[in-house]
Design a protein around this ligand. Structure first.
Ligand code: CP
Length: 302
């Protein structure tokens, strides 16, 4: 089976650092057409702006060509074709598949039936490993290190696949300190807290946004994801649980940066964008360089 990226655990610490170093090289020189003649598929069964467009831009900058869809309703999936058959067919046409799908485990399954590398671009509330790699890249870029990071994760920690992957990745580095800021309904699932306990990594849980703010090197904001709630009333109760404004940042550490996988709704007010703490748009730009690195690594070119 070709090497895929489905979970952040699929890459060792050394591979992660290698990807970040390749990404830094692509950031210095973004147009390196080393994949001319290759074809990459982006199969998005769920909406996306950043992930799909940055994977496609990354592929274009590497000289590869793109096929795929952003709406499975226009494909034979709407006639009842299975995920297995879809993936086996697309495997016949391309050199690498990027997939986003609402079902947890769907990307792993796709990698087991595909004859080419598969990148998980988000499977339900489970994992989003390319986001994690761009988050690590951005943390290293802003803090100069990945050890001893104090990170406050805020918002939907229950369904937020980005925080689940990032927590696991940061556990590979020395002395991370976590604050989990969430309403009780959206608290960090036990399996991730157990994961940290087994490794002796400290964490604090709170419902108050002010609790971890002034100690944090990284304030990792997330959106409450309406699409993950089966009960609309439950979403209504928590949808506006946090709203970060510029006036709340007076006592923040000077090195602190605010990250967010985006899209944001109301959890970060527009006035935060003009503060020196806002880094989420540059974070999204970094995604292009990191995805260039992931694609070229999985295809054996770096
Ligand atoms: N960060 C992220 O996954 O954004 P999109 O949903 O727009 O791809």
């Amino acid at each position: 089976m070709p090497k895929s990226l489905i979970s952040i655990h699929d890459f060792s610490k050394e591979e992660i650092l290698h990807i970040l170093d390749i990404a830094a090289d692509f950031e210095k020189n973004p147009n390196q057409p080393i994949l001319q003649g290759k074809v990459i598929a982006t199969l998005f069964f769920e909406p996306s702006t950043r992930t799909r467009l940055s994977f496609e831009t990354a592929s274009n900058r590497l000289g590869a060509r793109i096929i795929g869809f952003s709406d499975a309703g226009n494909t034979s999936v709407s006639k009842g074709e299975s995920l297995k058959d879809t993936i086996k067919m697309v495997s016949n046409y391309v050199d690498l598949i990027v997939i986003r799908h609402p079902l947890e485990g769907s990307s792993r399954y796709a990698s087991e039936v595909a004859s080419v590398p598969v990148i998980n671009a988000g499977d339900g509330a489970n994992q989003h490993p390319s986001q994690t790699l761009l988050d690590l890249y951005t943390i290293r870029q802003t803090q100069g290190r990945l050890d001893n990071i104090n990170i406050d994760m805020v918002g939907d920690l229950k369904y937020g696949r980005t925080v689940h992957s990032l927590l696991q990745a940061l556990s590979l580095f020395d002395a991370p300190q976590f604050t989990f800021t969430a309403p009780e309904e959206l608290s960090m699932p036990n399996e991730y807290k157990e994961f940290l306990k087994e490794r002796g990594i400290p964490y604090h849980e709170t419902t108050e946004l002010s609790y971890g703010l002034n100690q944090a090197d990284i304030l990792y904001m997330t959106r409450v994801q309406q699409e993950r709630f089966s009960d609309p009333m439950e979403y209504e109760k928590v949808k506006n649980c946090y709203s970060l404004t510029a006036s709340m940042l007076d006592e923040a550490k000077p090195n602190m940066k605010i990250l967010h996988p985006l899209p944001r709704i109301t959890e970060i007010a527009q006035d935060v964008d003009d503060t020196p703490f806002a880094y989420y748009f540059k974070q999204a730009k970094n995604g292009m360089f990191v995805r260039m690195a992931i694609i070229s690594y999985l295809l054996g070119y770096r």
